[in-house]
Design a protein around this ligand. Structure first.
Ligand code: IPM
Ligand code: SF4
Length: 484
């Protein structure tokens, strides 16, 4: 990545350029890190305690509490949220966040507050996430915010402390990769399938060192929610960040939100935001091309997000992989997942369906699943839990009756949080249980010790809950009534 002013730049390079406080030095072709200004710092209970402790020990304050915002999400229960948190470790985490935010003057959205929820749902919802920003959070899925054309990165706890203290962050130069998604998605295929297909193609390390820019007609046609789903999982390809150039869809989404600029400030913001597009002639260090027309609903069979296939395919055999590392990893994954090569994916029966997480818990996700479930019956052996990404999403869903659709279907309607995305709260799989999950990680034990995860889109989750086996929306379509 270079910064020469006459050179055509990619979107990521422009945002970077506009935030450099101190430029790194070139040493024989190797550039030392740049110091960047950070526009928005999001915080949650898991990765912030030591950072605050560090500030306390050094006698420092938070440099810009007004650009820092906290929410409770990972350790919070999704039932009986008015009661004290039962698990002592989780309670301490959340109490510590509350005490730290109080001491350092940081706005916190606590359990019970309308803006509490998963940090990556709350930022965009409040209009805090805006195009062209640098956004950080001590959380790998911060890449979600890149959907707005911001450079959004997950950082470690020592970096959280640095940002709290200085509102800047030292960052190594990155490489750029264009992920071009041409064509149009077919019915029943969604943005989750795009990103699962991208990761299956480039591998979980394929994005390492890169900032990905998702572009092409299929991306332009996507809503902000769908773009967030894609950017969210950039980290699962190992990327530093994922971005989409802001356009009218982005501006329409941001406009009128509590922290969006207004009046003349809005106009000048939009003018700047329109400049945040990759210049004609700008060069990417790498490019991947995907054809959206060819995509089918996608599902993972293994224990990393790159181990996926189209739902109409079968469980692969380790011998299908030429690379010995991939072969060994497939062998181990199949054993953990208790799957036999050659089994049609659609024959795999699940115990649980989880609709939620920062990947797929926004209103649009809930709506698309509800549309499939409405008036249908759940497979009696399946338990389904639906967890809105924020208290606000929950309220909006209730206002349009989605909660009733889920309840009538036999699903549980929960309060907002990370929930079953990871085993840090009471919502967990029992050992050996199998789950179709709209979350982003299928690592061993991710949803509870011994639990088995298949990553899917919201509409696949819904279809699966109806049939009890992994299913595509087309599998549950009712036949057209024959005219009398
Ligand atoms: C707990 C947190 C640090 C972690 C992350 O960084 O992503 C979590 O959100 C996850 O999804 O695994
Ligand atoms: S919902 Fe899952 S992926 Fe997202 S922040 Fe929470 S634990 Fe991490």
């Amino acid at each position: 990545m270079e910064n020469a002013s006459d050179k055509p730049l990619t979107l990521a390079e422009k945002v970077w350029r506009d935030h450099v406080v101190v430029r790194g030095e070139d040493n024989e072709g190797q550039r030392s890190p740049d110091l960047l200004y950070i526009d928005l710092h999001l915080i949650h209970e898991v990765t912030s305690p030591q950072a605050f402790e560090g500030l306390r020990l050094a006698g420092r304050q938070v440099r810009r509490p007004d650009l820092t915002i906290a929410t409770e999400d990972h350790n919070t229960p999704t039932l009986e949220i008015h009661k004290p948190i039962a698990d002592p470790v989780s309670r301490i985490q959340v109490d510590t966040l509350r005490a730290n935010c109080e001491e350092f003057g940081i706005r916190l959205h606590s359990l019970g507050d309308a803006n509490q929820g998963i940090v990556h749902v709350v930022g965009p919802q409040l209009g805090l996430t805006q195009p062209g920003m640098t956004v950080v959070c001590g959380d790998s899925h911060t890449s979600t915010h890149g959907a707005f054309g911001s450079l959004a990165m997950g950082i470690g706890t020592s970096e959280v402390e640095h940002v709290l203290a200085t509102q800047t962050l030292s960052l190594k130069p990155f490489k750029t990769m264009a992920v071009t998604v041409n064509g149009t998605l077919r019915p029943g295929v969604s943005s989750k399938d795009i990103i699962l297909a991208v990761i299956a193609k480039i591998g979980t390390g394929g994005g390492q060192g890169y900032v990905l820019e998702y572009r092409g007609t299929a991306i332009e046609q996507l809503s902000m929610e769908a773009r967030m789903t894609i950017c969210n999982m950039s980290i699962e390809a190992g990327a530093r960040a994922g971005m989409v150039a802001p356009d009218e869809t982005t501006f329409d989404y941001v406009k009128g939100r509590p922290h969006a600029p207004t009046g003349a400030e809005w106009d000048s913001a939009v003018e700047y935001w329109r400049s945040l597009r990759t210049d004609a002639g700008a060069e990417f260090d790498a490019e991947v091309v995907i054809d959206a027309d060819q995509l089918e609903p996608f599902v993972t069979w293994g224990t990393n997000p790159g181990q996926g296939v189209s739902l109409s395919e079968s469980v692969p055999a380790p011998t299908d992989f030429d690379d010995p590392v991939d072969r060994e990893s497939a062998e181990r994954a199949l054993e953990y997942m208790d799957l036999q090569p050659g089994t049609p994916m659609k024959d795999i029966r699940v115990d649980t369906v989880f609709l939620g997480s920062c990947t797929n818990s926004r209103l649009e996700d809930l709506r698309s699943a509800a549309e499939i479930l409405r008036g249908r019956e759940k497979d009696p052996q399946v338990r389904m839990i639906v967890v809105p990404g924020s208290a606000q999403v929950r309220l909006e869903a209730e206002a349009e009756g989605l909660d009733q659709v889920f309840k009538d279907f036999g699903a549980e309607w929960r309060f907002a949080g990370c929930s079953m995305c990871l085993g840090m709260n009471p919502d967990q799989l029992a050992p050996g249980e199998r789950c179709a999950s709209t979350s982003n990680r299928n690592f061993e034990g991710r949803q509870g010790k011994g639990g088995r995860t298949h990553l899917v889109s919201p509409v696949v989750a819904a279809a699966t809950a109806i049939r009890g086996t992994l299913s595509a929306p087309a599998d549950v379509l009712l036949p057209e009534p024959t005219p009398a």
